[in-house]
Design a binder for this molecule. Structure first.
Ligand SMILES: *Cc1c(COP(=O)(O)O)cnc(C)c1O
Length: 370
């Protein structure tokens, strides 16, 4: 029996770092200082420089980064936020957690990202913000989104949780909207050794408000200026991220090489449907998706061949029990719902061997004779 091909391999990344991760964790332990210290300050400066923004504020998770950005921008009860129907539930939860209302928007069939041409249909006088999600590590169509936002005075929050390092028209994810939320969940393109997240922005006031909110709403531990939360990026996580950030571009490059290998392997097979990155887009391939008939059956057949795959996302936010009260019926977002039924995420991480990638290609070609 051939060896198992895992979906991701965090141990391979740790080993490739040759002890740097262990050294980073040990440095924090040796310092005896675990929260809001030098590692965080340095990581914030380094990640802001990487993204090309003036500010970065580390927080406890990606969800928290999105939530605190919305709060810092003054979005709350009575406000509506436009968000893609096809995304991870966290994008919608960030909006409801600040008391605002998510308004789903259909996605483009080619990129699976929010469709800027249907924004006006979702707009109302209560619309206060747009949250494009850079799904799979592909930056959404931000030029038309920014134009729509500026003509209606809307705040743009990038959900960049899957897009560390991605570019569109030369600009890095996280540096295009009014602010962006990143996640450092361990399997993201840049991952911590636990939970973590960050907000990037050029807006000094917004960054300052997130800084206040993440630490109970206090600057000096006694005076509480606003009802904040406890959502800090721990020193050990900041140190682990600092050890990995210098490798991010190389790792994203390895993902792109694998994506090109999958693309070439599936080219000309109409049963294996692939997203089409638009011109000017440099995705970082957080996931490599294909659309398949009988997705669940093919997933099972791949598992029997030792190939681990995942589904992102079989149950969309508007069809989840979490949003049952909103009463958004099936059929409201036909493209998103079709993707939820047919999309399969194939093994993708910087240390996936070319021959394992070829084994996945061969298995899918066998299951889908052209
Ligand atoms: C991972 C993810 C989040 C949430 O990040 P956490 O760190 O898990 O809270 C938000 N949005 C998208 C699109 C994600 O993939």
């Amino acid at each position: 029996m051939d060896h198992q091909i895992p979906f991701v391999d965090l141990g391979a990344a740790r080993d490739a770092l040759g002890g740097e991760l262990e050294e980073a964790v040990a440095r924090v332990l040796a310092s005896g200082w675990y929260l809001l210290g030098e590692e965080l300050e340095r990581f914030e400066a380094e990640f802001a420089a990487y993204c090309g923004t003036a500010h970065c504020v580390g927080v406890g998770s990606g969800l928290s980064a999105l939530e605190l950005s919305l709060r810092a921008a003054g979005i709350g009860p009575g406000d509506e936020v436009l968000v893609p129907a096809y995304t991870w539930i966290a994008s919608w939860l960030a909006i409801t957690n600040v008391g605002a209302t998510p308004v789903g928007v259909e996605v483009e069939a080619d990129t699976y990202n929010i469709d800027p041409t249907v924004l006006s249909g979702a707009f109302s006088e209560r619309t206060a913000a747009i949250m494009p999600v850079h799904l799979r590590g592909e930056v959404a169509a931000l030029a038309p989104i920014l134009e729509f936002a500026s003509s209606h005075g809307l705040f743009v929050l990038e959900d960049a949780a899957q897009a560390h390092g991605a570019r569109r028209d030369g600009k890095r994810a996280g540096s295009i909207g009014g602010a962006a939320g990143f996640s450092f969940y361990p399997s993201k393109n840049l991952g911590a050794v636990g939970d973590g997240g960050a907000v990037t922005t050029d807006d000094a006031d917004l960054a300052e408000r997130v800084r206040l909110l993440r630490n109970y709403g206090t600057r000096n531990r006694y005076e509480i200026e606003t009802a904040g939360v406890n959502s800090r990026l721990a020193e050990v996580q900041a140190a682990a991220l600092r050890a990995q950030l210098p490798h991010l571009d190389e790792w994203n490059g390895a993902r792109a090489t694998l994506a090109a290998r999958y693309d070439a392997g599936f080219a000309g097979n109409p049963s294996i449907r692939r997203p089409k990155p638009p011109a000017g887009s440099e995705p970082v391939w957080h996931f490599y998706y294909v659309g398949l008939d009988d997705r669940d059956g093919q997933r099972q057949a791949l598992a029997e061949r030792g190939i681990e795959t995942l589904v992102h996302y079989p149950i969309l936010p508007h069809l989840s029990p979490a949003y049952a009260d909103a009463g958004i019926p099936r059929g409201t977002f036909p493209i998103s719902e079709r993707l939820a039924d047919e999309v399969l995420s194939l093994p993708m991480h910087p240390f996936l061997a070319a021959e394992d990638c070829d084994r996945v290609i061969a298995a899918l070609l066998e299951l889908n004779p052209a």
